[in-house]
Design a protein around this ligand. Structure first.
Ligand code: FAD
Ligand code: NAI
Length: 463
């Protein structure tokens, strides 16, 4: 060790980086983490998962009060929006959690090297004026918003997700470009708070990567809630003037163009890996044609002593995937065996109802072989029915011969929580019968998963 300042230097303190740093320190390695932001926690804690969920949670209550859901429970209220206070609780959540990472760094003796790191040579980076050397360097620099060519983000009229979390007033008409996860979540926030929301999606269906039936049902539910969709449509330009925007759109396959007026435009067409300014040339590391850093199964890059995890490498851009890779890479560096099962990474959209899935979609599963599918509607689940949450279903996809569960998809108020059980079952190689014969507490939404599993080979009871 004598030759290096640290055993491990992590670049970036998002869920990938901070978790890797803490695990490395727990394993007895002298560890530092370079972070250029003013607070730790990366995209997720500062401008991603946490603030978006703070706004989703608060706006969901507002919506429930404003649109009759509370009234159905016998609670009469006339809600009044205090947007400043709503933003205040969002900022408090971020402050508490980012401060929590700083506390954990101190507790675990991880040194925070403040500033952006640039490779200057093997095992060496510069952070501001400081040169730092480390035997192992983990790149965990995350991702940032993919720009839409010709559309300038001013964070006032045309915003990205960061701007959309902080709007000082409810827009009259928000146009969301991209019907993916961010578009649906943040579109829902502002729709609930009173904006008219139009979502322009290039493909002919929202939520690419999700199960086909789930995509269709999610579209139907979001439409019912008031979001207007323009599917199979591309934005060819956005002109802004005097606090307003005019979008020009045309069918994705070509055809006549039309214009849409809006006072807020959210660009949410995906995210791209952060490698600019990292000085990868100095160590001879190249990115692939999607701008990602490729690694082997152990998260080693092609350059000895350089590892990479999280949004900057291939795979879903999700905080829990980055976290698990953070633990695994630290364990691999320490000589243990850190593994992430990339086939079983759940994905959740935190709308109401939530939309979640793990494993293969029905389409993907059918491409691989014969499958059996069991479905159960939330309408027939006693708890969902009692709670006035009738929308959605659970779907279990199993291999026709072995009955092994290949994928589970779910639209339900607490789908994000329910999907953890499915992920665990799949991690243990469960069959649909294993889930069907597991005793589930009553009355819970999770019983719908049991009944969907029962539907794979036999019959559910409640439908
Ligand atoms: P990041 O969290 O992006 O962190 C990278 C860090 O590296 C940043 O802080 C950056 O400042 C720093 N950095 C970059 N370059 C350098 C450098 N050269 N030197 C020093 N520091 C550097 N995922 C979920 O699973 N659930 C959700 O609910 C969810 N919600 C989201 C909502 C929004 C609005 C957005 C935008 C994303 C959301 N995500 C969610 C995705 C999630 O935020 C990312 O997948 C996750 O943050 C990736 O973690 P990471 O550690 O790879 O990188
Ligand atoms: P996304 O990849 O989820 O969706 C982008 C959408 O934009 C796609 O449907 C795509 O077809 C569409 N699109 C692309 N170009 C377009 C164009 N020119 N015009 C119209 N539509 C276009 O990306 P999004 O929503 O920006 O999110 C980025 C990442 O952040 C995702 O990969 C996601 O994993 C992560 N995230 C995760 C969350 C969660 O787990 N709940 C919440 C928010 C973000």
């Amino acid at each position: 060790m004598a030759d290096f300042d640290f055993d491990v230097l992590v670049i970036g303190s998002g869920p990938g980086g901070y978790v890797a740093a803490i695990r490395a320190a727990q394993l007895g390695l002298k560890t530092a983490c370079a972070e250029g932001r003013e607070t730790l926690g990366g995209t997720c804690l500062n401008v991603g998962c946490i603030p978006s969920k703070a706004m989703l949670h608060a706006s969901e209550y507002f919506d429930a009060a404003a649109n009759g859901a509370f009234a159905k429970l016998g609670i009469k209220v006339k809600p009044e929006l205090d947007l400043d206070a709503m933003h205040g609780q969002r900022k408090d959540a971020v402050k508490g959690l980012t401060g929590g990472i700083e506390f954990l760094f101190k507790k675990n003796k991880v040194e925070w090297v403040k500033g952006y790191a640039t490779f200057t040579g093997p095992n060496t980076v510069k952070v501001g004026d400081r040169t730092v050397t480390a035997k192992n360097i983990i790149i965990a620099t995350g991702s940032s918003v993919t720009p839409l060519p010709g559309v300038e983000i001013d964070q006032k009229v045309v915003v990205d997700s960061t701007g959309a979390l902080e709007l000082p007033k409810v827009p009259e008409h928000m146009v969301v470009i991209g019907g993916g996860v961010i578009g649906l979540e943040l579109g829902s926030v502002w729709r609930r708070l009173g904006a008219k929301v139009t979502c322009v999606e290039f493909l002919d269906q929202i939520l690419p990567g999700f199960d086909g039936e789930v995509r269709k049902e999610a579209n139907k539910i979001m439409k019912k809630q008031g979001i207007e969709f323009k599917l199979g449509t591309k934005v060819t330009g956005v002109a802004t003037k005097g606090g307003k925007a005019t979008l020009t759109v045309e069918p994705a396959k070509g055809g006549a163009s039309e214009t849409i007026d809006a006072d807020c435009v959210l660009v949410s067409i995906g995210r791209k890996p952060n490698t600019d300014g990292l000085g990868l040339d100095a160590i001879g590391l190249q990115v692939n044609n999607r701008g990602q850093i490729e690694t082997d199964h152990d998260f080693r890059t092609k350059v000895p002593g350089v590892w990479a995890i999280g949004d900057v490498i291939p795979g879903p851009m999700l905080a829990h995937k980055a976290e698990d890779e953070g633990i695994a890479v630290a364990e691999n560096i320490a000589g243990l065996t850190g593994i992430v099962n990339h086939d079983v990474i759940p994905s959740v959209v935190y709308t109401m109802p939530e939309i979640a899935g793990v494993g293969l979609t029905e389409e993907q599963a059918k491409e691989k072989g014969e499958v059996k599918v069991g479905k159960f509607p939330m309408l027939a689940n006693s708890r969902a029915k009692t709670n006035h949450e009738p929308d959605g279903f659970v779907k279990v996809i199993a291999d026709a011969k072995s009955d092994r569960v290949l994928g589970v998809w779910c639209i339900a108020s607490v789908a994000g929580t329910m999907i953890a059980q499915a992920a665990q079952a799949m991690e243990f190689g469960a069959t649909s019968e294993d889930i069907a014969y597991t005793c589930h507490a009553h009355p819970t939404h999770s019983e719908a998963l049991k009944e969907a599993a029962m539907a794979v080979t036999g019959k559910p009871i409640h439908i």
